[in-house]
Ligand binder design. Sequence first.
Ligand SMILES: *[C@@H]1O[C@H](CO)[C@@H](O)[C@H](O)[C@H]1NC(C)=O
Length: 244
Amino acid sequence: TRPRTWPVQLEGSDVDGSGLCLRRDAPLCPDWSADVGCSLLRLGLLGKIKRMMMVLLFVYVSIPFIIKLFPSIQAKLVFLNFVRVPYFIDLKRPLDQGLNHTHNLYLEPEAGLKIGVWHTVPAQMWRDAQDKDGNWYRSTFSSAHPVILYLHGNAGTRGGDHRVQLYKVLSSLGYHVVTFDYRGWGDSDGSPSERGMTSDALFIYDWLRQRMEKTLPLYIWGYLCETHTRPETHTHTLKHTHTP
Ligand SMILES: *[C@@H]1O[C@H](CO)[C@@H](O)[C@H](O)[C@H]1NC(C)=O
């Protein structure tokens, strides 16, 4: 005998494509009760999906209000300074990241506020750099190698993996790479703010300028939210700025 088919008057014509029931003429439900059950199941699922969509819509619409109501959340979302990837790294030990020619130091852009800095010397100096202290590293600024001041983007620290890979490339090209965590990032004191980022970057810039050979270029490499905070007043000294 012919297998039972879907009753057209019960199912309507949109059964196809729902993924739940097969084509109208497919022998899926062998008797009448299964037909009804199948159709009820479809309606129940549709109801659930509708409810879920309403919840998602509500969450989607309320996010801007929540952010507006709580500016601290907004600041966190913009600066992402609480994101530390990788989390368990000791910023005092750049050697752990494979940087055997990098010195970790702390500078004070404001009294009582310390920010963490890494100074990587050009890779060809790595042998000389073994077991050297801050004085030796500072003295290398007077060598004939240009300096790149690396301003990292929001989220993460100066020890972020992709950043470390970039320091290695830049130092292997013969540059000093100086990078730091703005106040509120990494192991630096304070909390993040646009003003703080600007003044920290300017502070390091001036600190470097005082120690470098005056004729040597100081390049600034910045990302994302740093593009509007880079030291505009010093653009005449910028030889090149890379801001993807
Ligand atoms: C130290 O770092 C330099 C530059 O990245 C690298 O060429 C060298 O192999 C490293 N030396 C050791 C012992 O890891």
